[in-house]
Design a protein around this ligand. Structure first.
Ligand SMILES: Nc1ncnc2c1ncn2[C@@H]1O[C@H](COP(=O)(O)OP(=O)(O)OP(=O)(O)O)[C@@H](O)[C@H]1O
Ligand SMILES: [Mg+2]
Length: 385
């Protein structure tokens, strides 16, 4: 039943019930009055007096007649007026928010979430509108998230196809060269086979990186978190880096400002992956005769801050905010001989965030880049005996 019909029925009931009751009451009073009249003027011989008869008898009494008529009319008028006012009041308070909600629901059904619902009052309907508005915002967020993830998936497919196609094209070219007899000397053959091997390796690395990324992204890599002594861990790290960088003619500096005994809570293997990835980038984007990489480890309260600084080509300010996004490379053409697929730093970010830490970077083109990350300290809670 429509709200309007319900209100009309209520209206009629509110009016008619009191009118009927007044009628019954009048009849009762009439019966009583007739009794009095008959006692005074003698019995008419009838026991039961009909309503019209009662009124007729009462009608013989002008003051009663007038009083009843006026009171009846006044009661009916007051009732009608009150009912009309109440109905308009209730109807106005419900129907306008319902119309708003109906319009909003229609929009949602048609997939349009770009509207705003404002509750004008803080009553039940206002709260319903508010809840609907919160639901709309939630739906909008989800829809946007889905669009983003669809776009990312498309980008992922196109990037993977591109990154896999490049080495495959090269491999095909070299194999055709061998088949056609272009590699006619042992040196040439060695060169061709060497290149095929390197290209196959590139593909292997890319596939491994993608597998790792998808595992990390869907939380399929179990972390082995443990309390790690900061100094011992980073001293080891620095030793490995010093050897590796020395062989690449890159100067290396290690500065540790953390007190002995401090520990962090981390997965040592994944943390090593983070450092290797950052250093790998520094080397890849160095473009300098004499490279320099500094590793600094600092105590910053509840966290240990690690800084990796290089004197490489740097990152433009417009790119800096995006380098941690998956597949983001400052060389958008993806044709550079350098660089991979742009997954490295997104893996690094995910690992650091899974450690409850944060990562960020500062950079100046032509001067170099500093990568910072923080990892929470391990606090030993003394057990009271
Ligand atoms: N130290 C750095 N110096 C200059 N540019 C950097 C440095 N580190 C990162 N970048 C820029 O940020 C981009 C993203 O880095 P990321 O490690 O995610 O991807 P990648 O190195 O291109 O590929 P991948 O790591 O997957 O092999 C790089 O393409 C590069 O342009
Ligand atoms: Mg990288």
């Amino acid at each position: 039943m429509k709200l309007r019909t319900r209100l009309i029925i209520s209206f009629i009931t509110v009016i008619t019930l009191p009118v009927i009751m007044t009628g019954v009451l009048t009849w009762g009073i009439a019966q009583y009055q007739i009794g009095v009249i008959e006692k005074t003027y003698g019995s008419s011989g009838t026991q039961y007096k009909s309503f019209s008869h009662s009124l007729q008898v009462l009608g013989k009494m002008p003051e009663v007649q007038r009083f009843m008529l006026h009171t009846g009319i006044a009661i009916v008028l007051i009732l009608m007026l009150t009912a009309i006012l109440l109905i308009f009041w209730i109807y106005g308070g419900i129907i306008s928010p319902i119309n708003k909600l109906q319009e909003a629901a229609k929009n949602v059904k048609e997939g349009n979430l770009n509207f705003e619902l404002k509750a004008e009052k803080d009553d039940e309907m206002g709260q319903l509108i508010q809840t609907f508005e919160e639901m709309r915002l939630r739906l909008k967020d989800n829809a946007e998230e889905k669009l983003r993830s669809d776009k990312e998936s498309k980008e992922l497919i196109s990037n993977i196809s591109h990154d896999l196609k490049t080495p495959i094209t090269a491999i095909k070219g070299y194999v055709e060269g061998i088949r056609d007899g272009v590699a006619d000397t042992p040196e040439k053959m060695d060169k061709y086979i060497g290149t095929i091997y390197n290209k196959a390796n590139e593909m292997d690395m890319l596939i491994n990186e993608l597998t790792l990324y998808s595992k990390i992204d869907t939380n399929r890599i179990p972390y082995n978190f443990a309390p790690i002594p900061v100094n011992a861990y980073f001293d080891d790290c620095a030793e490995d880096l010093a050897m590796e960088l020395d062989s690449k003619n890159v100067e290396f500096g290690y500065f540790n400002y953390v007190d002995v005994g401090q520990k962090i809570i981390a997965d040592p293997e994944q943390l090593k992956r983070v450092i290797n990835n950052i250093v790998g980038n520094s080397l890849k984007y160095m473009e300098r005769e004499r490279g320099l990489i500094n590793l600094r480890v600092k105590d910053v309260g509840d966290f240990i801050q690690v800084e990796l600084e290089d004197n490489g080509k740097g990152i433009a300010a417009k790119d800096l905010a995006n380098i941690f996004d998956r597949f983001y490379r400052t060389d958008a053409s993806r044709n550079s001989s350098k660089g991979g697929s742009g997954i490295g730093l997104s893996i690094v970010k995910k690992i650091i965030e899974d450690h409850g830490g944060k990562i960020w970077a500062t950079s100046k083109e032509g001067t170099g880049t500093v990568m910072y990350f923080v990892i929470r300290k391990y606090q030993e809670v003394p057990i009271n005996e």
